[in-house]
Ligand binder design. Structure first.
Ligand SMILES: Cc1cc2nc3c(=O)[nH]c(=O)nc-3n(C[C@H](O)[C@H](O)[C@H](O)COP(=O)(O)O)c2cc1C
Length: 302
């Protein structure tokens, strides 16, 4: 550390181990961030030296939900255990977990009768798709019409950044000639929007990112566009077996939809889909979770 903080030997080793997977150019940034948090524990415990325990707490504060990097230091055996457990499917005690965030208390937008879903991934019948289908089953049971469009069935190109959408009064919103105009139409007219995507490389899939970038064409340069208020439901899945690790990403994606009039009232996450659990259909191993997903879908109509 380039500050005056003094680290015990094992705290320094733990810090070096935390930094090792990060490129050197990022180390000063991480060190600055960690030093601020470590200072808090030094003051709180009136200590002269940073212990490994304090460092781990500081890392948890600085990198919330980044369980692998802190668990590796705190409890390497547990970390290896989690990785090992994913090598074979245990049908009695599966690693996959489907969870729902607590719903906001306020009533948001009217109950939905027309639910439009967009699957931002390429694995049809994959675990994201499967959880989305459960959500849509629930919405249908609640009396809504449902429609799901999958990125993989459509011709959708990335935004080219031409900003043609900001200068012209385009009926199609965007100058790119692909399948997006139909998606714009359904996205704007539906009463509830369901958005599903898997996590790839620590962020939303490229397909989900393309969709979000293309939404830009719905805004005007002065952000005066008034969108119809609709309900939203987000389905996000990932490999690491913790339901909170990508909380930040899911919040960020919900905020993007919020900019377009969609208030996400339900988040359904699926975690643990890696190694043996990567195979299609393993979401079905968490029957209770699938039922929660159906209930969340039904919630759009209540
Ligand atoms: C290219 C690729 C990158 C991935 N990156 C991550 C990741 O950074 N973190 C994670 O927890 N899971 C990651 N995963 C695992 C997927 O998020 C997980 O298996 C997801 O449930 C796949 O969804 P699907 O079954 O709908 O295709 C990755 C998978 C692939 C294929």
């Amino acid at each position: 550390m380039e500050t005056k903080q003094h680290f015990t030997k094992d705290a320094q080793e733990a810090l070096n181990s935390f930094l090792a997977p990060h490129p050197l150019i990022t180390h000063p940034h991480h060190k600055r961030k960690i030093a601020g948090s470590v200072e808090h524990y030094l003051l709180k415990e009136n200590a002269q030296e940073v212990t490994k325990d304090m460092l781990v707490k500081a890392l948890e504060d600085c990198y919330p939900h980044n369980e692998p990097s802190t668990l590796r230091l705190k409890d390497p055996e547990k970390m290896m255990g989690a990785i090992k457990q994913q090598q074979a499917v245990d049908r009695e005690n599966p690693m996959v977990q489907i969870s729902c965030w607590p719903a906001p208390e306020a009533q948001i937008a009217p109950p939905a009768q027309d639910v439009f879903a967009f699957y931002g991934g390429s694995r049809k019948g994959g675990n994201t798709d499967c959880i989305m289908d459960a959500v849509l089953e629930g919405a249908q049971a609640g009396g809504a019409r449902v429609e799901k469009v999958s990125f993989c069935d459509k011709n959708l190109s990335p935004c080219t950044g031409c900003l043609g959408c900001q200068n012209k009064d385009l009926e199609t919103h965007c100058v790119i000639k692909d399948d997006m105009p139909y998606i714009y139409k359904r996205f704007l007219e539906c009463d509830a929007f369901v958005f599903g995507f898997p996590v790839y490389t620590g962020r939303e899939s490229a397909q989900a990112a393309i969709f979000c970038d293309r939404l830009k064409a719905l805004t005007d340069p002065w952000r005066k566009t008034k969108f119809k208020q609709r309900r939203g439901l987000m389905v996000a899945t990932w490999g690491w077996p913790s339901d909170s690790i990508y909380e930040g990403l899911v919040s960020q994606m919900s905020t993007i939809l919020f900019m377009f009039g969609v208030e996400v009232i339900s988040v359904v996450t699926g975690s643990g889909f890696w190694d043996a659990y990567y195979q299609k259909g393993t979401a079905q191993l968490d029957q209770e979770g699938m039922e929660k997903a159906r209930e969340a879908g039904r919630g759009l109509t209540l």
